[in-house]
Design a protein around this ligand. Sequence first.
Ligand SMILES: Nc1ncnc2c1ncn2[C@@H]1O[C@H](COP(=O)(O)OP(=O)(O)OP(=O)(O)O)[C@@H](O)[C@H]1O
Length: 264
Amino acid sequence: MSVTNEPVLEVRDGAVSLGGRPILRDVDLVVGQGEVVALLGANGSGKSTLVKAAVGLLPLAAGSVQLFDRPLHAFEDWWRLGYVPQRSTIAQGVPATVREVVAAGRLARRGPLRLPRSADRRAVREALETVGLADRANQQVSTLSGGQQQRVLMARTLAGGPELLVLDEPNAGVDLISQQAIADALATRAAAGSTILVVLHELGPFEPLIGRTVVLREGRVAYDGPPTHLAGAGHLDAGHGEHCEPGEPIVHVPPMSGLLGEER
Ligand SMILES: Nc1ncnc2c1ncn2[C@@H]1O[C@H](COP(=O)(O)OP(=O)(O)OP(=O)(O)O)[C@@H](O)[C@H]1O
C-alpha cells in the first residue's frame, strides 16, 4: 500500500446543521491518497453526517469540501468515489439476483444505455469473489442474511472500481464471518492503492488495516492520529471537543469509552 500526501478528500472548517441544530462544527478532515482512515465516535457524534457531507449528500452550512482536488460543486467524476451508506436492506426492493445488484455498480462507469462488456462482467465477478459471495451470484438477494446483503452492497460499490471508498458502519448488525469478509475485501482494495474512509464503532477485524483514526465528539474532531495512541489513552484528557490539525495526533485524549461511547 503506498500512501501519498495527495489529498483525495478534504473537508475544511466544515459545519452542518440539521433541523436547525448545529451537528458539525469546524471540522477538518483530510484523507490522502492510499490512506485507510477510521472515523470513530459515540452514537450521535456526527460520523454519518460528516461522511454524507463529504460525498455531497448533505450541504455544508460553512466550510468546503474537495474531492480529488476539485471543489464539490465542480466534481464530476463520480465513478472515482464509492459510497456504502449505513446498513440498508436491499431485499425490500424489486426482486433481483446478487449479480444484478452488483452489476448496478458498473452503471456509473459504462452508462445506463450501453450493454455490459466483458470488462463489466469481469468486474462484477471479481467484486463478488472479493466479498466471498461468488457462489451466490444467481441467488435472490432477499434470501441472504443481513451480513451477506451488506457484502452485496459492498461488492456493488467495488464493482465500479472506485479510487476512494467511503463506508458508513459496514459492520453494524453484521455477523462475524461477514465482518471479516468485508475487512478482507477492504484489505484487498487498500493493497491495490484505494483510499478508504470507514465509519466504525470499534476497529474489530478492521484493525490491521487502519492507518489513522479520527474521533468525533459532539460534532467536532477530538482526536486525529494513529490508532495506537487511542488504545493506550484511557487516562488522558483532551478537554471537551478540542480541535486538532488533520493528521496530527492529540497527545491528550479522553478515555476510549468517553470518546466512543457505549458499544452496541
Ligand atoms: N435529518 C436529521 N434532522 C435532524 N437531526 C438529525 C438528522 N439526522 C441526524 N440528526 C442528528 O444529528 C446528530 C448526528 O447524527 P449522526 O447520524 O451523524 O451521528 P453518528 O455519529 O453517525 O451516530 P450513530 O453512530 O448512532 O450512527 C444526532 O444527534 C442525530 O440525532
